[in-house]
Design a protein around this ligand. Structure first.
Ligand code: MG
Ligand code: ZN
Length: 273
């Protein structure tokens, strides 16, 4: 995970789109988890870390220990987010996928169709740009953009900063659109009520077995771009079988944002939350 991939070493930026922030003045800096990656091991182990004769085994043990501490800290902060949301009657959905599967398009269409039956606002996570928050704003919902810099996932403190800037009304549905990545977003609890994974038929049907943590954690899997099935070799049944082998309870939902096919089922699920 991220202690080995090196993500999160930059400062995170939180931008409220539609305010002066969006003109390029970044505010609300919070430290990414990389801040702790960089300092905690030194404090805990002192100069031993840099010792040239350190054995691989002790490095490995240390890395696992550091990962567990980062995740434990994140989980505590995620619980605080969950309480913050519960006090306001807000339901949060963590939306995850690889880049280009159609997370933002699904949200645009859902907002346009009033599909959730209640107001929606969105915390957008991307490494750079405010493109997606701008799209959500233009679709008619409030949005805050979190730029993670080198980071490859949202974590609980980033989401807290985003929620405080977003100021969702009581009772809203808040989507947390994660950074496009099927790997470490699965490990970080954000305080959400549900986890949704979006895959698309252009990505290949082998994703559940290649990225099992993501599918094991999901409450619902959207299979997007079904209008393209005649043009690609994507076995929907195989993909569903593989996903259910990891997680028998997940809701499996093929749909097409582009044509609107089966969006009614997605809206019914959102209204049940
Ligand atoms: Mg997006
Ligand atoms: Zn990451």
């Amino acid at each position: 995970m991220c202690t080995t991939c090196g993500c999160g070493s930059d400062e995170v930026r939180v931008t409220a789109v539609g305010t002066t922030d969006a003109a390029g003045e970044a505010h609300g800096h919070v430290h990414a988890p990389g801040h702790h990656h960089a300092h905690e091991p030194d404090q805990a182990h002192g100069p031993d870390l840099a010792h040239p004769h350190e054995h691989e085994d002790s490095k490995r043990t240390h890395t696992i220990d550091l990962e567990q501490r980062i995740l434990a800290k994140n989980d505590r902060l995620a619980d605080q987010n969950r309480q913050w949301l519960a006090r306001r009657g807000i339901t949060a959905v963590n939306l995850m996928s690889s880049p280009g599967a159609g997370k933002t398009s699904l949200l645009e269409r859902t907002i346009h169709d009033h599909g959730a039956g209640r107001p929606i606002s969105v915390v957008e996570g991307d490494q750079e740009t405010i493109f997606d928050a701008t799209r959500i704003r233009e679709a008619g919902a409030k949005a805050v953009q979190i730029n993670t810099g080198a980071g490859c996932h949202l974590d609980a403190p980033m989401v807290r900063s985003g929620l405080e800037k977003l100021e969702p009304d009581d009772g809203e549905l808040v989507f947390l659109e994660n950074v496009g990545n099927l790997v470490c977003p699965a490990l970080f609890d954000l305080g959400e009520a549900r986890k949704v994974v979006v895959i698309s038929v252009t990505e290949g049907d082998d994703k559940p077995l290649k990225y099992p943590h993501m599918f094991a954690a999901a409450d619902l899997v959207v299979v997007n771009k079904t209008d393209l099935l005649p043009h690609v070799d994507f076995d929907v049944d195989r993909c569903e079988k593989d996903a259910r082998s990891l997680n028998p309870d997940l809701v499996w939902l093929p749909l097409s944002v582009r044509t609107g096919d089966n969006l009614a089922t997605w809206y019914a699920w959102l209204r049940s939350l």
